[in-house]
Design a binder for this molecule. Structure first.
Ligand code: NDP
Ligand code: OXD
Length: 308
């Protein structure tokens, strides 16, 4: 049987060594070298090959090499094929680092100081104590809950919003569309760590921004598709939002003439908040392949009806 890998070649070599050690009879192949398509049972990819299931009729598992699965057409997967999203620990560690960096940057007015530096203005802005600052995370999954945990030592008032109700020590939680406005009404620094689904596409829009207190900051580490960019530009222009820290964009790479590049209130990074660790990813695959072969429950299985 064949494990077909379609992603970064460097990561592929790490996975090849680890999988071949664990499963000596597995034929590990790197795209486009597929070999006999009838032997392909496992595919790991970011964007899958076209006509995945027609091309590989014996397919059993698809591994997303990242946490998100919005790049994969879930409706094209037959019910017998399971899709797994990546949940290796390095991804959560990276997101906790980036999220903490961004929340502290917003809390300590870094976007405004960067602009003051550009204009050579030596000006001190009012400081706010962490326990007077409310941070809200949209999405309380592996990454959102991990980030909230990392933020605990700083003393912020922590809040979270998810689809289903959650109990998290030290975090005031809200769930579902009915509690969204109540959640937003108290948030100074809003972090989006939602998956991109039919329900969450465009969720960062003027309605959400207007429900926040004035001068809030938006941190988007979810997907560019969560954000209505024009609504963000309007909210920054009217000072509804004081700044935005964006790791993701609707079009990536961001077009050279996009207003975000030079916006004085926007800090940009090129989708680097968190990246799957090569060894951690290989371990995640090995564990799940072992379980699959032993008919045991898998981790990170995507529920196609929810879209994540
Ligand atoms: P999970 O699936 O573990 O968690 C998703 C969370 O979002 C859950 O708490 C879920 O609620 C909540 N959610 C989903 N839909 C809704 C909705 N309609 N309303 C309210 N809450 C909702 O995902 P991860 O934490 O692993 O990853 C989250 C996302 O982060 C990824 O999908 C990806 O888009 C992004 N990401 C970005 C990276 C970057 O570098 N910028 C890197 C990695 C991921 P419930 O708990 O009730 O199911
Ligand atoms: C992911 C990402 O989903 O890198 O893993 O965005």
């Amino acid at each position: 049987m064949t494990f077909l890998f379609k992603s970064e070649a460097r990561r592929g070599e790490v996975w090849r060594m680890r999988l071949q050690k664990e499963f000596p009879n597995l034929d590990f192949r790197i795209w486009p070298d597929v070999g006999d398509p009838l032997k392909v049972k496992y595919v790991a990819c970011w964007v899958p090959p076209a006509d995945l299931c027609q091309e590989f009729p014996k397919l059993e598992l698809v591994f997303s090499v990242g946490a998100g699965v919005d790049q994969i057409d879930l409706s094209a997967l037959p019910s017998g094929v399971k899709l797994l999203r990546m949940t290796e620990p390095g991804l959560a560690a990276g997101m906790s680092e980036y999220g903490t960096l961004a929340v502290l940057a917003a809390h300590r007015n870094l976007p405004a100081y960067l602009e003051l530096q550009r204009t050579r203005a030596w000006k001190q802005l009012p400081a706010v104590a962490a326990n007077d600052r409310s941070v809200g995370v949209m999405g309380l999954g592996v990454l959102g809950a991990g980030l909230l945990d990392s933020l605990k030592p700083f003393g912020f008032r922590l809040h979270g919003w998810s689809r289903s109700p959650k109990v998290i020590d030290g975090v005031t939680t809200f769930a579902g569309p009915d509690e969204l406005v109540q959640f937003l009404s108290r948030i100074d620094i809003l972090v989006c760590l939602l998956p991109l689904t039919d329900e969450t596409r465009g969720i960062l829009n003027s309605t959400i921004f207007n429900a926040l207190p004035n001068n809030a900051c938006l941190i988007n580490v979810g997907r560019g598709g969560h954000l209505i960019e024009k609504d963000l530009l309007d909210a920054l222009a009217s000072n509804k939002l004081c700044c935005a820290i964006l790791d993701v964009a609707n079009t990536e790479p961001l077009p050279v003439d996009h207003p975000f590049w030079t916006h004085p209130k926007v800090v940009l990074t090129p989708h680097v908040a968190s990246v799957t660790d090569a060894e951690g990813g290989a371990e995640f695959v090995v564990t799940n392949l072992r379980r699959h072969l032993a008919n045991e429950p898998l981790t990170g299985v995507v529920d196609a009806s929810r879209g994540y």
